[in-house]
Design a protein around this ligand. Structure first.
Ligand code: CA
Length: 536
């Protein structure tokens, strides 16, 4: 495997002079830090003995009561903004009430500092592998017909694969977007079953929407090529089997119904798992609300706002309610961990086909608007209802947390670095604190920013002079002598960097965390799968 030298840790002279030594810094020597190293290949985590005890006890008692391992249901919406659900300040206020998502949060814990990667593919890779995308190589979406030079999955281990080996029945339902070719399919990388689409909604609509893509739709030659590059169909597969085409998607009306088909599949999968008396791990991955949104017929014009995006939000909310209610109907809600989130911030570039967030920047950037997403965990009887926490949660923590819930966290192989942190005790402890010390934010392989406590420290920044064109018109800039620093409690929109004026006490710690993070690449390097832009 070709490894690339880390591009992390380009620090300015001022901060190199702070006095932190080069090379690996012992965590205990970084001022203010609370995380501890458990092993060289594991991200340091904050350990709270009392909440660990409570969490372990709860899991033990549950297993004793049910005689089974808990089920895990992860719901990932595509491109939903932090502010879209009602419980996050949106809902009815922005013309798309979300009663089901709100109820899920009210019955569980609402996390206000959940972080994704800036785009779809890297976030999904991080959730599946527990690793920062620079390590798996899946640092940005693979585009129509694009062929990576190296299959990243050849040496990655998914949570699904580990759970499947340990008595779980595992499925990926809905959007994959982690490679379309043979060798990349969900049922080839650990899932027992897959039903959904291998790419993304816009890969379908570019051959269907006359108004947006006339240069493609009205050009038969190009359409012919598109058909060879992209399989626009609902596909499915089972471990060890081929990829089957379930339904070719030729029209926008057919496209509009995909999430309904995926929901029906998830429902039948859950029923089957119960019937077979097996614990399940189901990643239900919505196709919506990624552009271009076409709500299912039953939801067309049904949101107060009437716009397709808002109709898509209420459709997603309705499906969320359907799945949660099914758990209750089957009497497995008390034995099922549910996590609801989005894979990146709202895509401002596509407005009005995009969501809402009370932050600067959107999808594609490492401003809060690009990476801070809804994060709701619910588990009746296990997670106290009505909780809210600003503790840090990175979506890659779902890897470790899922393994701990299943009792197989000790099976993580030491031959790779796991950037995820086990957050079971944070979520299950009645007064739980986050086990995560910091969130490291990247644009592809470039380290951009750190979130630590309530502070955001940017080592590089996205210049979003064109606020509605983040993916295509923003550029990455180096900061000057000092990092750009924001206290997110005082300045959640990251409007005015206070530099080190109010944070001199914390810079040493922040820089130490970044440098120590950068040092992990020495033994556990980045992977290059050939996604780089030519000349970059
Ligand atoms: Ca996305």
């Amino acid at each position: 495997m070709k490894s690339k030298k880390s591009s992390v840790v380009v620090l300015t002279s001022l901060f190199l002079s702070i006095g932190l030594s080069q090379g690996l810094i012992a965590q205990e020597n970084i001022p203010f830090t609370k995380a501890v190293h458990m092993a060289k290949y594991l991200e340091p985590s904050r350990v709270y003995a009392e909440q660990n005890k409570i969490s372990a006890q709860k899991l033990k008692e549950l297993e004793k009561r049910t005689g089974k391992k808990p089920n895990i249901l992860i719901l990932i919406v595509d491109d939903m903004g932090y502010g879209d659900p009602g419980v996050y300040g949106g809902g009815a206020m922005i013309g798309a009430p979300t009663p089901n998502i709100d109820a899920l949060a009210n019955n569980g814990i609402l996390l206000t500092s959940t972080y994704a990667q800036p785009t779809c593919t890297p976030t999904r890779a991080a959730i599946m592998t527990g690793r920062i995308p620079a390590r798996s190589g899946l640092t940005r979406p693979i585009l129509t017909g694009e062929q990576p030079t190296v299959n990243p999955w050849a040496d990655e281990v998914t949570a699904a694969a580990m759970l499947s080996k340990n008595g779980y029945i595992t499925a990926l339902s809905g959007k994959w977007h982690l490679g379309e070719q043979d060798g990349y399919w969900p049922h080839q990388v650990g899932y027992d079953e897959y039903f959904g689409i291998l790419s993304v909604a816009s890969e379908f609509t570019q051959g269907m929407m006359e108004r947006r893509y006339p240069d493609m739709v009205y050009n038969p030659e190009r359409m012919k090529v598109l058909d060879t590059l992209s399989h626009r169909a609902i596909t499915a597969g089972k471990k060890g089997g081929k990829l089957e085409s379930v339904q070719e998607i030729k029209t926008l009306d057919e496209l509009a119904e995909i999430d309904q088909k995926v929901a029906e599949y998830s429902e039948s999968f859950i029923r089957k798992a119960v019937k077979e008396d097996k614990p399940f791990y189901l990643v239900h991955s919505f196709i919506k609300v990624h552009n271009d949104n076409f709500p299912a017929k039953a939801f067309k014009g049904k949101s107060p706002a009437k716009f397709p995006y808002k109709d898509a939000v209420i459709e997603v909310d309705d499906i969320t309610g359907r799945l949660v209610n099914l758990l209750k109907e089957l009497k497995i809600d008390e034995n099922t961990f549910v996590f609801f989130t989005s894979d990146n911030g709202a895509n401002e570039d596509l407005w009005p086909d995009s969501g809402y967030q009370p932050f600067k920047g959107g999808k594609g950037t490492t401003w809060e608007g690009g990476v801070r997403v809804p994060g709701i965990a619910s588990w009746p009887g296990m997670i106290k209802s009505g909780k809210q926490s600003d503790g840090l949660f990175d979506l890659m923590d779902l890897f470790n947390t899922s393994l701990t819930i299943a009792g197989i966290e000790n099976q993580i192989s030491p031959d790779r670095y796991i950037d995820g942190v086990d957050q079971t005790s944070f979520l299950l402890g009645d007064e739980g604190k986050s086990n995560r010390e910091a969130v490291f934010m990247y644009s592809e392989k470039t380290f951009m920013a750190l979130r630590w406590e309530e502070y955001k420290v940017h080592m590089k920044v996205f210049d979003v002079k064109h606020p509605m064109a983040n993916l295509d018109e923003s550029t990455i800039l180096n900061v000057g002598m000092a990092p750009w620093i924001y206290n997110l409690y005082m300045d959640p929109k990251e409007q005015a960097s206070t530099g080190h004026r109010y944070f001199e006490w914390g810079i040493g710690t922040a820089v130490g965390l970044i440098r120590e993070h950068g040092n992990t690449y020495k033994d556990f390097p980045m992977k290059d799968i050939g996604l780089g832009i030519a000349g970059k």
